[in-house]
Design a protein around this ligand. Structure first.
Ligand code: PMP
Length: 300
């Protein structure tokens, strides 16, 4: 990946209905989203020219905005098309896609009833750095400083930018401690998710994952549950206490960016990425890449 800063690159960004040169896709410093966190976003991945579960992501973007009490001024199909067009304009077949919607500058106070809703889509390269063998070693997690908030305290079903404040702080601390990421508990002290991915535990051949009642029910999470069931594994969604890690053999996380990533440790607790994690890594890979390949073939 290029080490150029994100504001200073060649390419195109879709912004409010137009494709604009990358360096010109700017916002003013007096933008409501910057001061009051009124923005929602998505993270998508394209494989072989096809954005995986694109419409599900766009629908979630719309839903995230509604939770923050604003309406995205483009229908789902138009945003889907903007995502595809941006990828194409940047000549990418494999990469990351980042749609974002935010309140503009018309009002600068807590109330923002009349602010324009802006939408942009950017895309960039995001290769898999590691071979499947290297990935099977697993990454290290620290315990996060912050907890996922009670849904009565924050709009936890929205992929809103403000919810990432505690993630960045927690991830910075984890990185300083020599870890790759942080495992977050929820407001009750139950296992929730990492700073950008959902979590699964394998206990005696059964797959367990926390009920997503105060964090994002990831699109990858739901995909992995389907893949596991197709393999004949039992998947249990339930409240999971951190003490249970003692009787857990394998842990993996999943998300659009993380895909399926094995975990080798959480704090002092060690795990051995094993056969179930490996099988789901392979199944996820085959699904996302296969879907793109099929679409490319059909378009020939
Ligand atoms: N939780 C958080 C906090 C995330 O940022 C993400 C990534 N969007 C996920 C879970 C996984 O969601 P998805 O599988 O839809 O990418």
């Amino acid at each position: 990946m290029s080490m150029l800063p994100f504001h200073d690159r060649d390419g195109w960004i879709w912004m409010n209905g137009e494709m604009v040169p990358w360096r010109e896709a700017k916002v003013h410093v007096l933008t409501h989203a910057l001061h009051y966190g009124s923005a929602v976003f998505e993270g998508e991945r394209a494989y072989n020219g096809t954005i995986f579960k694109l419409t599900e992501h766009t629908e979630r973007l719309h839903n995230s905005a509604e939770i923050l009490d604003f309406k995205i001024p483009y229908p789902v199909a138009a945003i889907d098309e903007a995502c595809r067009a941006t990828l194409k304009a940047n000549q990418l077949t494999d990469g990351y896609v980042r749609p974002i919607a935010w309140r503009g500058s018309e009002m600068m106070g807590v109330s923002a009833q009349n602010n324009r809703i802006n939408v942009a889509v950017a895309t960039w390269e995001w290769p898999s750095y590691f071979s499947p063998e290297a990935r099977m070693e697993g990454i290290k997690l620290a315990w996060a400083k912050y907890k996922r908030p009670d849904p009565a305290t924050a709009p936890s079903k929205s992929k809103a930018v403000g919810l990432y404040m505690i993630c960045t702080i927690s991830k910075h601390i984890a990185e300083r401690e020599g870890c790759n990421d942080a495992m977050m508990l929820d407001w009750r002290g139950l296992i929730a998710e990492t700073t950008g991915a959902n979590v699964f535990l394998v206990q005696d051949g059964v797959i367990h994952t926390p009920t997503p009642d105060c964090f994002l029910d990831g699109i990858t999470r739901r995909t992995v549950i389907d893949l596991a069931k197709k393999r004949g594994f039992k998947v249990v969604e339930r409240a999971i206490k951190p003490e249970e890690l003692k009787k857990t053999q394998e842990v993996f996380i999943c998300g659009t960016a993380a895909e399926v990533t094995p975990i080798q440790s959480i704090g002092d607790q060690k795990f051995k990425p094993g056969e179930i994690t490996k099988a789901l890594m392979q199944d996820y890979d085959a699904l996302v890449r296969g879907q793109g390949a099929k679409a490319a073939k059909a378009a020939e």
